[in-house]
Ligand binder design. Structure first.
Ligand code: 13P
Length: 287
C-alpha cells in the first residue's frame, strides 16, 4: 500500500539520515527502484514529473502500475508515490488519481501567490492524509523543460511557507538539477543553517542530488535535510548500460532486439545506482 511521506521523513530527520526520491520513467525504472528498496529494507519515494506523467500515459496509469507492483512483488517497505515539481492543477489531478504525496512548486510565483496556493493544498492534503512538499527559491538547471535560475532561498520566506503546515520544504541552497558545472560553488551551508533555524523541525528537501560530493550530502543531512532527489544519475547509468548493450549488437540477427533483454542492463544499472545512494543517504534498514 502506498503511504504518505510524512512518517518516513520525520523519522529520517530525527535519525539523521535521508530518504531518497528516485524519479521514474517507465516500468523497468519503477520495478528496479521498488526491488532495491525492498532488498535493502529502505523506505523510498517514487518521483513523477509532469512530463514523465504524460509519457507514462497519465497519473491513473502510474497509480495502477505502482500499486500492482507493490502487490505482485510483495513490497512491504514504505513507498510514497510523489508528484515532482507539480503545478497546482497537476497536484489536484495526482490527488484524484491516488498519489500519496505531491509537490507544489510555487517558487516561480510571488511569495504571496505561493502562500495562497500552498495554503489551499495544505487543506486538501491534510483532509486526505497525504504529504505535501512546497518550494521556496527555485532550483537551478533544467528539468523537463522547466529552467530555474538557481537561487538561495530566503529563510524568512521559508518560515512563512513552513508555518502553513506543509510536510516538507524544498529550499534552494545553490543546488541545481542535472550535472554540476566545473565552477560550481557548492551548497550554501550558511543559508541552510539559517533556513533550519527558521523552520525548526521541518524536514528539508535537497533537489539535484546527482553529482553532489558525499561530504556535502552528509553535512546537508546533519543540518536537517531528510529527503534527497535523484534523477540524472539513474538516467546516466541507464544510458551507459543500454549503449554498451546495443553497441555489442548481440541481438541484431533473427528477430532483432528483444525488448526485455535490451532493457535488462539498464535495469541492473539503476538498481546499483539506487543502492549506492541509499547507502550514502543512510536509509538502509530504516524501513
Ligand atoms: P537530478 O536530476 O540532478 O538528480 O535532480 C533530481 C531532482 O531534483 C528531481 O526533482
Amino acid at each position: 500500500m502506498l503511504v504518505s511521506a510524512k512518517d518516513m521523513l520525520n523519522k529520517a530527520r530525527e535519525g539523521k539520515y535521508a530518504v531518497g526520491q528516485f524519479n521514474i520513467n517507465n516500468l523497468e525504472w519503477t520495478k528496479a527502484i521498488l526491488l532495491t528498496a525492498q532488498e535493502n529494507n529502505s523506505p523510498v519515494i517514487l518521483g513523477v514529473s509532469e512530463g514523465a506523467g504524460k509519457y507514462m500515459c497519465g497519473y491513473k496509469t502510474i497509480v495502477g502500475m505502482v500499486n500492482g507492483m507493490i502487490e505482485e512483488l510483495n513490497i512491504t517497505v514504505p513507498v510514497a508515490l510523489h508528484l515532482d515539481h507539480g503545478s497546482y492543477e497537476a497536484a489536484l489531478k495526482c490527488i484524484e488519481a491516488g498519489f500519496s504525496s505531491v509537490m507544489f512548486d510555487g517558487s516561480h510565483y510571488s511569495i504571496e501567490e505561493n502562500i495562497e496556493k500552498t495554503t489551499e493544498l495544505v487543506k486538501i492534503t491534510n483532509e486526505k492524509g497525504l504529504s505535501l512538499e512546497a518550494e521556496v527559491g527555485s532550483i537551478g538547471g533544467e528539468e523537463d523543460g522547466v529552467v530555474g535560475a538557481g537561487e538561495v532561498a530566503d529563510a524568512n520566506e521559508c518560515k512563512q511557507i513552513a508555518d502553513l503546515g506543509v510536510t516538507m520544504l524544498a529550499a534552494g541552497i545553490g543546488n541545481i538539477h542535472g550535472k554540476y558545472p566545473a565552477n560550481w560553488k557548492g551548497l550554501a551551508f550558511d543559508a541552510l543553517e539559517e533556513i533550519k533555524a527558521a523552520t525548526g523541525n521541518m524536514p528539508l528537501v535537497l533537489h539535484g542530488g546527482t553529482g553532489i560530493p558525499a561530504e556535502m550530502i552528509q553535512k546537508a543531512i546533519s543540518l536537517g535535510v531528510a529527503k534527497i532527489n535523484v534523477n540524472t544519475e539513474c538516467q546516466l547509468a541507464f544510458s551507459e548500460a543500454t549503449r554498451k548493450y546495443i553497441e555489442a549488437g548481440k541481438d541484431l540477427e533473427g528477430k532483432g532486439f528483444d525488448p526485455r533483454k535490451v532493457l535488462a542492463p539498464g535495469f541492473e544499472a539503476i538498481k546499483a545506482t539506487v543502492k549506492e545512494k541509499m547507502e550514502l543517504f543512510g536509509s538502509i534498514n530504516k524501513a
